[in-house]
Ligand binder design. Structure first.
Ligand code: DAH
Length: 360
C-alpha cells in the first residue's frame, strides 16, 4: 500500500471541510470521516492490515496523524461556527423597533373640543347632564305643554318603564335635545349664567344621509341683567367665524322655538358654492344648483333666541329683572358642513380610512 490513499483522503477531507457551512454540515463531515463504524478513517486503518508488514508502522503513523489532523480541524471549525450562533433567548438589540399602531381621535370629539374651547375663551362654563330625562326638563319647563307636537311619539324615544333618578322626577325618555340643561342649571343656580352643555341626544329617526337616532348637540345659555339680542348676535357671529373662518358671512333668520322669543336660526354662507348657490362641474358647461345649500347660498347651523319669560318662571327667575339668550346646535351637522361630508353615518362606522382624514 502506498501513501496515496492517505493523501487523497486528506485532499477530499479538506474540500469537504471547506464546503461545510454550518454546525450541522460539520457534524455530517465528522460522521463521514470519523465514525467508528463506516467512517472513512476507520476504513483506512482497517485497510492497513493488508499492507506489507515492513510498511505498516510508517503507514500507521501517517494514517494516525491524518486522523489527528481531521479531528483538530473539525474541532476548530465547530467552535468557530458555534460562536456565531445566537444563544437561545437573547434579543437582538440592533433590530429596528416595532411601531405601535396609534389610533386617531374621532372628528366629532375634536370638533366638540374646538367648540368648547371657543366658548370657554368667551367665559362660558361647560356642563354636562343626564341623557335619561324626565318630561318636565325635556319639555314642560321649556314651555312645551302636554299637547305640544314636539312630544310626538314619532320624535321622542320613551323608556318602556320609568327609571328612578337621583335628581327628582323619574326619567321616562331619552332627551331629544340638550335644552333641558338650561332648566337643570337655572333650577340650582342664580344669575348671571353663561354656559354651554354638550352631549348626546336621541330621536326616533331612521338612519339616512343626514339622520341618526343618536347625535350630539351643544346647548348654550346666557342670563343676566341687560342681556340683549345684540349680545346674542355678537356672540354667535364671533363663534361662527372662529369655527368656520373669518371669510364666512352669518345671517340671522326669524324662526320659532317655544322656549325663545324672538327666535332666530343662524345660517352661514355656503362653502361649497361661496354663497352663490351655483357650482360649475368640470367637463360640464354652465352652472348647476349647489347641492350642499340646495341652491340657496346659505346653510343653517343653529337655532337660537331670547329666553322666553315662561322658562324663567319655571325656574323661579324674575323675568322683569333678567333677560337671556339661548342657542343649540348639532355637532354632526356642523361636521358635515365644515368638512363637506355627505353621509352622517360615516361618523359612526369607525372606519379608520375615513376617521384618519380629519385634523387631530
Ligand atoms: N333645541 C333645539 C333643537 O333641538 C335647538 C335650539 C333652538 C336650542 C333654539 C335653543 C334655542 O336653546 O334657543 O333643534
Amino acid at each position: 500500500m502506498s501513501d496515496s490513499p492517505i493523501d487523497s483522503l486528506r485532499l477530499q477531507f479538506h474540500s469537504d471541510l471547506a464546503s461545510a457551512e454550518n454546525e450541522a454540515e460539520l457534524r455530517a463531515v465528522r460522521d463521514r470521516y470519523l465514525a467508528r463504524k463506516g467512517g472513512m478513517v476507520s476504513g483506512l486503518l482497517k485497510a492497513l492490515g493488508s499492507a506489507p508488514p515492513a510498511e505498516r508502522p510508517r503507514l500507521g503513523q501517517l494514517a494516525n496523524s491524518l486522523k489527528q489532523e481531521i479531528e483538530t480541524q473539525l474541532d476548530a471549525r465547530t467552535v468557530a461556527a458555534s460562536s456565531t450562533r445566537t444563544p437561545k433567548g437573547t434579543v437582538d438589540v440592533t433590530l429596528p423597533g416595532r411601531l405601535p399602531v396609534v389610533g386617531h381621535r374621532h372628528p366629532l370629539a375634536v370638533l366638540r373640543e374646538r367648540i368648547e374651547e371657543i366658548f370657554t375663551r368667551m367665559g362660558f362654563l361647560v356642563i354636562e347632564g343626564p341623557e335619561l330625562e324626565d318630561d318636565y326638563h325635556n319639555f314642560e319647563a321649556l314651555n312645551m305643554p302636554a299637547d305640544h307636537p314636539a312630544r310626538d311619539m314619532q320624535d321622542t324615544l320613551y323608556l318602556s318603564a320609568p327609571m328612578r333618578s337621583s335628581a327628582g322626577n323619574p326619567a321616562t325618555l331619552l332627551r331629544t335635545h340638550t335644552s333641558g340643561m338650561q332648566i337643570r342649571y337655572m333650577e340650582t343656580h342664580q344669575p348671571p349664567v353663561r354656559l354651554i352643555a354638550p352631549g348626546r341626544v336621541y330621536r326616533r329617526d331612521n338612519l339616512d344621509l343626514t339622520h341618526t337616532p343618536m347625535f350630539t348637540q351643544v346647548e348654550g345659555l346666557v342670563v343676566g341683567e341687560n342681556v340683549t339680542l345684540a349680545d346674542l348676535k355678537g356672540t354667535l357671529d364671533l363663534f361662527v367665524r372662529e369655527l368656520f373662518g373669518q371669510d364666512r358671512t352669518v345671517r340671522f333668520r326669524p324662526s320659532f322655538f317655544p322656549y325663545t322669543e324672538p327666535s332666530a336660526e343662524v345660517d352661514i354662507s355656503c362653502a361649497a358654492c361661496g354663497g352663490t348657490g351655483l357650482v360649475s362641474k368640470p367637463g360640464q358647461s354652465g352652472e348647476l344648483g349647489c347641492s350642499m345649500c340646495k341652491g340657496t347660498g346659505w346653510v343653517e347651523i343653529l337655532g337660537s333666541g331670547m329666553v322666553h319669560p315662561a322658562v324663567f318662571e319655571a325656574v323661579g327667575y324674575d323675568s322683569e329683572k333678567y333677560t337671556g339668550f339661548a342657542f343649540g346646535m348639532g355637532i354632526e351637522r356642523i361636521a358635515l358642513l365644515k368638512w363637506g361630508v355627505e353621509d352622517i353615518r360615516l361618523f359612526y362606522e369607525n372606519d379608520l380610512r375615513f376617521l384618519e382624514q380629519f385634523p387631530l
